[in-house]
Design a protein around this ligand. Structure first.
Ligand code: SAH
Ligand code: SF4
Length: 380
């Protein structure tokens, strides 16, 4: 299979040009076209000789994402549904910065990206798992979600100072219209089940010549793949880790997350503890509140114990309804009582209270809806 140019590191590209007897600065030129100007075709790389462009075209692909559907406005959450070259559909969600969640106060945005088409883990409440697993995304397909969103925003009015990217060491190039400064790997799929492609993509998105997004501004969310959490702990980059807990006892977790039978809480907690010790970084425990399933006060003590052991904070997220599933979020007083009980146990916790859940819904739902509509079109 032909490699896509956006899955290469700067070193890979330099080695490629060396093998073609081309000067090293060619790599810098290509990187600038890809990550500063975000071009979508080889011919746009006008300072490369035509022969070099042809050589690149013959050896690498340059895929872009096709926008199928977009929901939301610039001031609110925007959902993007993309079509890949094999016709698969994936989603990204652009969220206006929320200081209380994953980043600091900012006029910028958090982008939630997908890592797989579908998901094999089959959590019972989740739209992404409903139609099973199709395939892993390649590194370039993960990188391209950021570039494609940035390209789209650049077409809209902009009003902020230029940022820079260091395409060649010591020679930063201005990029006028960056909007994504936080990344959360919480879209469709289980990121740690696509470990190598994810890490390759994140190295590119983090690199000063690439996306220029600080590792501390990148949060990886996992349903609890304990061995891969340990592997991530040993990686030199300082990514943030979020664990989708959704239950503080094996009994509760087993009801909704099949992955818990493979990696029960004892194993998951030990891996989380290893991560915390290696990185000395605060872990986030995601806890969706689902009525009658995991919102009982019996979860508070074990949850507090876990949070203290992992030195973690807890994000409580009222469940977003998924079409075709019977789950519901608890009433607001139940959510508030859960939060208050946790705080009483001296756990650092937040409860997501924003309105506008119509499009704020979790990733995977727009794809599911579109695929169902397409399927019914075919039947009609
Ligand atoms: N597979 C990874 C990352 C993608 S899911 C994981 O499970 O962590 C990102 C987050 O969205 C997870 O915490 C997941 O449990 C949550 N989620 C899934 N469906 C949801 C829904 N309907 N409402 C609220 N959160 C949901
Ligand atoms: Fe997969 Fe995460 Fe959804 Fe579970 S919550 S099915 S792991 S995407």
């Amino acid at each position: 299979m032909v490699r896509d140019i956006k899955s290469l590191s700067a070193e890979d590209l330099q080695a490629q040009f060396r093998s073609w007897n081309q000067p090293a600065y060619r790599a810098g030129q290509v990187l600038e076209w890809l990550y500063v100007h975000r071009v979508t075709n080889w011919d746009a790389m006008t300072n490369l000789p035509k022969t070099v462009r042809e050589q690149l075209r013959a050896n690498f692909s340059l895929h872009t994402l096709e926008l199928v559907r977009k929901q939301g406005s610039r001031d609110t959450t925007q959902k993007f549904l993309w079509r890949l070259s094999d016709q698969s559909l994936i989603e990204s969600v652009l969220i206006p910065a929320n200081p209380a969640l994953y980043g600091e106060a900012s006029d910028r945005h958090t982008l939630c990206v997908s890592t797989q088409v579908g998901c094999a883990y089959g959590c019972k409440f989740c739209a992404s798992g409903l139609e099973g697993f199709k395939r892993n995304l390649r590194a370039d397909e993960i990188v391209e979600q950021v570039l494609a969103v940035e390209r789209g925003q650049a077409e809209e009015p902009k009003a902020r100072a230029p940022e820079t990217l260091e395409v060649e060491p010591g020679t930063p190039v201005a990029i006028a219209d960056r909007v994504v400064n936080n990344l959360v790997i919480m879209g469709m799929g289980e990121p740690l089940a696509n470990y190598d492609n994810l890490l390759q993509a994140l190295r590119i998105l983090n690199a000063p010549w690439g996306g220029g997004i600080g590792a501390r501004k990148i949060t990886i969310s996992t349903s609890g793949l304990a061995p891969q959490i340990r592997r991530l702990a040993d990686d030199p980059l300082q990514f943030r880790l979020a664990i989708s807990l959704h239950g503080a006892t094996d009994e509760t977790r087993n009801k909704i997350m099949p992955v818990n039978r493979k990696y029960p809480l004892s194993e998951l907690t030990a891996a989380g503890e290893y991560y915390q010790k290696r990185k000395e970084r605060m872990i986030t425990l995601e806890y969706i509140l689902i009525a009658g399933i995991n919102d009982g006060l019996d979860q508070i003590k074990p949850l507090a114990q876990l949070a203290h052991r992992l030195r973690a904070k807890v994000n409580l997220i009222p469940y977003n309804r998924v079409e075709g599933l019977e789950w519901e979020r608890p009433a607001e007083p139940v959510q508030e009582a859960f939060l208050a009980a946790l705080e009483k146990e001296k756990v650092t916790a937040t409860l997501r209270r924003e309105k506008g859940h119509d499009i704020d819904a979790a990733c995977g739902q727009l794809r599911l809806k579109t695929e169902r509509e397409l399927a019914s079109d075919r039947v009609d």
